[in-house]
Write a protein that binds this ligand. Sequence first.
Ligand code: XIL
Length: 336
Amino acid sequence: QQDIPSLKDVYANDFLIGAAVLPDQLQGPQADLLKKHFNSLVPGNAMKPDSLEHTKGVFTWDDADKIAQFAKDNNMKLRFHTLVWYQQTPNWFFQDDSGNWLAATPENKQLVLSRLQDYIRTVLGRYKNDIESVDAVNEVIDPSQPDGMRHSKWYELTGTDYIKTAFETAREVVGPNVKLYINDYNTEDPTKRDILYNLVKGLLAEGVQIDGIGHQTHVNIDSPSIANIGASIDKFASLGLDNKITELDVSLYNNNTDNYGSNVPQDVLIKQGYRYKELFDLFKEKHNEITQVITWGIADNETWLSTFPTTRTNLPLLFDTQLQAKYAYWGVVDPS
Ligand code: XIL
């Protein structure tokens, strides 16, 4: 373990510092790194519907329980990610008992919404005392659609009502003390941001209680601009909403095809360090509008970007594959 400043201490007066974790990272050197630098956690996969209720009526709690217990044992805040998504969600939500896809009828809409309610009551019922916040819905916006909404199975069968049901049912289970978020990527893109803004504003006007916006913030070394990220945070704060940076990583690539292989240039890692610095300069400046910043992983030995959007070397996090601090880490420690 390097003798370097603890990230959670550096930002103690600004916001929580978090990491997405897999259950097998909760022991050994990765667990030590987590305990030193982070005061909050989110499961990378263990609290998704496909993990918790892969088969209808059969719940698998082991991985999620392990993460919840680690958070409790180490005094870390825990985020629940995610109740509703169009990916990593089992088909049974949208099928009849023989495995046929449900048609979009009023009866099936009620069926799907009641399945969603049952699911939320069970999973949040289990974790409500362990969590600080919940992604009620994830990635419901799709700017390429005329109405701006993602045309997922949820949408096909319920319109946008599933969003309201998710928030209302979650609130009924957790009460006022656990915060509920709508989470998405590219939230700094002005077109997508405004669709999300109008959706949330409409829901708030209907009396749906939403606490904040989760900005995934999967960015790269060049884009998007700090100005756009800041403008989006301000815009949602102006609605009285909290902001969380929920899945931060900084890809080495500004496209989907490049691959440095085993020869990642030093200057690219230095540039990444400056990119992390400008991001945290912004977050720190806006610390009154942001309650948490989470990196989507702990160190470069385990990142979803090594297989997405293609299999390649990507080193997007603060610590290297040997768990040592990168320029990226120093960029985060440095902000003015
Ligand atoms: C990713 C996980 O990190 C991967 O392990 C999994 O294979 C796919 O999902 N946006 C999200 C996260 O909201 O849930 C995704 O996590 C990354 C993109």
